[in-house]
Write a protein that binds this ligand. Structure first.
Ligand code: AMP
Ligand code: ZN
Length: 494
């Protein structure tokens, strides 16, 4: 079976095939780096990460480009307020975003930045003007003339016929009722960052940035364009208008949009106190792997209602998978193998594949692996698993983890990094007692444990038994069980 994806443009699920043989060219609208990323943002970025991983598992080479929006209305406003340049303002949040993305298991896309493409953006505007699709206003701003692009509204399924010709909108974000000629280039304002370019001094509009960067990196027509559902209108509609009016070609073939996340049944908002950045959750003591698992657990087009109960359950699920993995890799089995277990592993792989091929049904893929875990755990209890059964089961688990990426246990060191960040950046009051206790008490984090074990081994080899015994005693007191196997020292928590 081939991969099927919902395409917002056709409003239907279609079989996905890239234009060029084996290569998928995809562009994702990245973060606007004016604040720390919240769990809604990461729901979308994890959906895109899962898409990328599924494409790769399907045998494609994936060229995944993501922009960093480092110039837009909000950034300009905040930088001006703080009296710093745009770059100075955004550097901290870009760094934080990249750290967060790594923390939550997102594979790094190729990054492009708006501030690195200003001359190309000005050139693009000049071409739009030359073809009559954009015009210059008295103040030096440029606007896209939507009356010249009758397909406007095709992606968002909105009818804009009869709209006032020539009325204009300056802000990047607006609703359909105020859809007018939108700014592709904005004249400088006192106190705001701007650039000298071939079309005068100013700065690009947000929509123009993505048209230019995506085509620059991936060509005039590429396979897939992704983002959260709020970007359908006006952002993606405007990207299509700018790009297709200039090239006369299809801009992106597939449009992939993740549904907005709710928190405890409500729209996330700072004013009602249900707004969480990724770091907020970690400071409350939640593991990055549980957060990733939960955010990936609902298919991207369904409503995901984030709850703390759900997060707890996700943590239990990840723990079950990790325990299962340990049982398989560290258990002692008798020789031989059974057809039934082999068939179960193969069937699980097929079920996961079919679920993901079906417009990325992550919930069903998770259900398939847990069915296998349940059945094999019973078989392990009954001691009917043989040595020869293990590789097929591990293969099913590995294929699952190629997509969900939660088996590797380095949550502790990641949480420690966030803890250290909170201390140095003045967020100490947000550190929960649970996290503080975990960091400061004997419950060590993985990186520290590995470090101590390495020191213990070095001391032991140097026959410095006093030191090695002290380290061993510290680890034991912190609830760490150390086992010496033939070729290495293993450890686990009691
Ligand atoms: P922004 O940093 O606001 O440009 O958003 C980055 C990405 O997160 C975009 O793809 C948005 O569509 C997406 N996004 C923002 N809020 C949410 C939310 N509550 N749920 C899901 N995705 C979101
Ligand atoms: Zn974009």
């Amino acid at each position: 079976m081939a991969l099927s994806l919902y395409n917002t443009m056709s409003a239907s699920v279609e079989e996905f095939r890239p234009l060029r043989d084996n290569e998928v060219r995809m562009y994702a609208c990245g973060p606007t780096v004016y604040d720390y990323g919240h769990i809604g943002n990461f729901r979308t970025f994890i959906a895109i990460d899962i898409l990328r991983r599924v494409l790769r598992q399907s045998g494609y080479k994936v060229n995944h480009v993501m922009n960093i929006t480092d110039v837009d209305d909000k950034i300009i406003r905040n930088a001006a307020r703080d009296g710093v340049t745009v770059q100075q303002y955004t550097a901290k949040y870009e760094k934080a975003f990249l750290e967060d993305a790594t923390m939550i298991g997102i594979e790094p896309p190729t990054l492009v930045r708006a501030t690195e493409h200003i001359p190309e953006m000005a050139e693009f505007v000049a071409k739009l003007v030359e073809k009559g699709f954009a015009y210059r206003a008295e103040d030096g701003s440029y606007y896209f003339r939507i009356a010249k692009f009758p397909q406007y509204g095709r992606l968002s399924k909105k009818d804009f016929r009869g709209m006032l010709d020539g009325a204009r909108v300056d802000v990047d974000e607006y609703d359909k009722d105020s859809a007018r000629d939108f700014a592709v280039w904005k004249a400088p304002k006192p106190g705001e960052s701007s650039w000298d370019t071939s079309i005068g001094r100013g700065r690009p509009g947000w929509h123009l940035e993505c048209s230019v960067m995506s085509m620059n990196a991936l060509g005039e027509t590429f396979d897939l364009h992704a983002g959260g559902e709020d970007l359908i209108f006006p952002h993606h509609e405007n990207e299509i208008a700018q790009s297709e009016s200039l090239t006369g070609k299809t801009f992106a073939r597939f449009w992939f949009h993740a549904r907005f996340l709710l928190v405890e049944g409500e729209k996330m908002s700072k004013s009602i106190g249900n707004f969480f950045t990724l770091r907020d959750l970690v400071l409350k003591g939640h593991k990055p792997s549980s957060i990733r698992y939960l955010l990936a657990s609902v298919p991207y087009r369904n409503q995901l209602n984030f709850t703390f109960d759900g997060l707890k359950q996700a943590s239990v699920s990840v723990e079950r998978l990790r325990n299962f993995y340990v049982r398989l890799t560290e258990g002692h089995f008798t020789d031989g193998s059974g057809d039934e277990i082999q068939a179960l592993a193969d069937e699980t792989i097929d079920r996961m594949r079919a679920a993901l091929d079906d417009d990325l049904n992550t919930a069903q893929a998770q259900a398939a692996i847990f069915e296998m875990v349940r059945r094999v755990n019973s078989a392990l209890d009954a001691k009917v698993i043989k040595k020869g059964d293990v590789p097929a089961l591990l293969e099913a688990l590995a294929q699952f983890d190629e997509i969900f990426a939660v088996l590797k246990d380095d949550d502790g060191s990641k949480m420690k990094q966030v803890f250290d960040w909170a201390l140095t950046e003045g967020h100490e009051k947000d550190i929960s007692p649970e996290l503080r206790e975990a960091v400061q008490s004997g419950q060590l984090f993985d990186a520290d444990i590995e470090e101590k074990i390495a020191q213990m081994e070095t001391a032991r080899r140097a026959r410095d038994f006093k030191v090695s015994d002290t380290l061993r005693a510290e680890l034991t007191a912190a609830g760490i069980v150390i086992e010496n196997t033939k070729d290495r020292v293993r450890w686990r928590r009691k």
